[in-house]
Write a protein that binds this ligand. Structure first.
Ligand SMILES: NC(=O)c1ccc[n+]([C@@H]2O[C@H](COP(=O)([O-])OP(=O)(O)OC[C@H]3O[C@@H](n4cnc5c(N)ncnc54)[C@H](OP(=O)(O)O)[C@@H]3O)[C@@H](O)[C@H]2O)c1
Length: 290
């Protein structure tokens, strides 16, 4: 019988992609924070809602993609950020059965960004409140004595321009002939969302547990990534101004070098990572941008 997988945050860029693609292999039940026609409502901060849905669905696996991902919003509205990013995950653990596996999506922002190329054993020192809430959730899961997989990802981008991410911001701005200022001191290995279903499918089939990192095979600054987007999509790179993070006056402090070492996941799942140029070419050739 197919494994039953409950996905939270199915309206988000990752949750949406996993909900669509994993249903080829598993019995997937997507869920949304707010009710829409034909959808399952699951607000992970609402204990009664969580208990009711989990009792009804009886999932073998829960993939938690629900989160407040706006880093500055997390800084400003700390109670809301902690409620979703930590308490929500705690509710999923509390109201699910012991045999239910929890796959939790986490982030490079649990690191301080001083070193870069972080592996799974490196010490976690989040610089902002978003990172702190994500780390609190990780630590709770690790101490929960449950079957868990924590998948730490770097900045996500996807072929869907409606999604809010760095790629869609650069593409839409330059396409509309707007000048943008992009930092050259934030460096990471960003992830194409559309590659994630295969990674998670393999992790489920091989019953991978613990903490693992996934990212692109190259490490790139936001500025160079923006230029790469222009090159691949034949957009005007002259509209990009290079700046440093301190010029942005962002509410939440950003860790600067947060690339993730992917060698563990590559060896245990026997998967490849791909460079950002390849991922952009894939978007260009395989998907219709909208
Ligand atoms: N985005 C990145 O660059 C990045 C990088 C590293 C790791 N991650 C992690 O990857 C995961 C997925 O990120 P993403 O980019 O797909 O995020 P996203 O597009 O912002 O989606 C997050 C989803 O969570 C939902 N949500 C918010 N509060 C909820 C609640 N109380 N109950 C249920 N759902 C709730 C949102 O619903 P509404 O749309 O209705 O508000 C949204 O659909 C997150 O755990 C994030 O921390 C993201």
């Amino acid at each position: 019988m197919k494994k039953k997988i409950l996905i939270t945050g199915s309206n988000g860029q990752l949750g949406n992609c996993l909900s669509a693609s994993l249903s080829n292999y598993f019995d997937v039940i997507p869920s949304l924070k707010n009710t829409t026609i034909g959808s399952l409502k699951l607000d992970i901060t609402d204990k009664l809602n969580v208990k009711y849905i989990i009792d009804r669905i009886k999932p073998d696996i829960i993939i938690n993609c629900a989160a407040i991902t706006d880093v500055d919003l997390c800084e400003k509205n700390r109670a809301q950020a902690r409620n979703v990013n930590f308490i929500g995950l705690k509710n999923l653990v509390k109201y699910s059965k012991k045999h239910t596996k929890l796959i939790h999506i986490s982030t490079d922002y649990v690191f301080d960004g001083l070193k870069g190329n972080y592996n799974e054993k490196d010490p976690t020192i989040p610089l902002n409140f978003y990172g702190k809430t994500k780390l609190e959730a990780e630590n709770f899961l690790i101490g929960s004595n449950r079957k868990i997989l924590i998948l730490r990802l770097n900045g996500l981008f996807s072929s869907k321009l409606k999604n809010k991410n760095f790629f869609s911001f650069v593409y839409k701005s330059i396409n509309a002939n707007r000048k943008i200022s992009i930092v050259d001191d934030q460096i990471s290995n960003p992830v194409l969302v559309e590659l994630m279903p295969e990674v998670i499918m393999k992790a489920i089939l091989l019953d991978t547990t613990g903490v693992v990192h996934y990212g692109s095979s190259n490490v790139i600054s936001r500025y160079d990534f923006a230029k790469q987007i222009c090159m691949v999509f034949k957009l005007n790179a002259l509209l990009i101004e290079k700046i440093s993070s301190d010029k942005l006056n962002q509410l939440a402090k950003r860790p600067l070098k947060t690339s993730l070492d992917t060698s563990k996941i590559e060896s245990i799942l026997e998967i490849n990572t791909y460079d950002t140029n390849f991922c952009l070419e894939l978007i260009k050739t395989k998907y219709i941008l909208k």
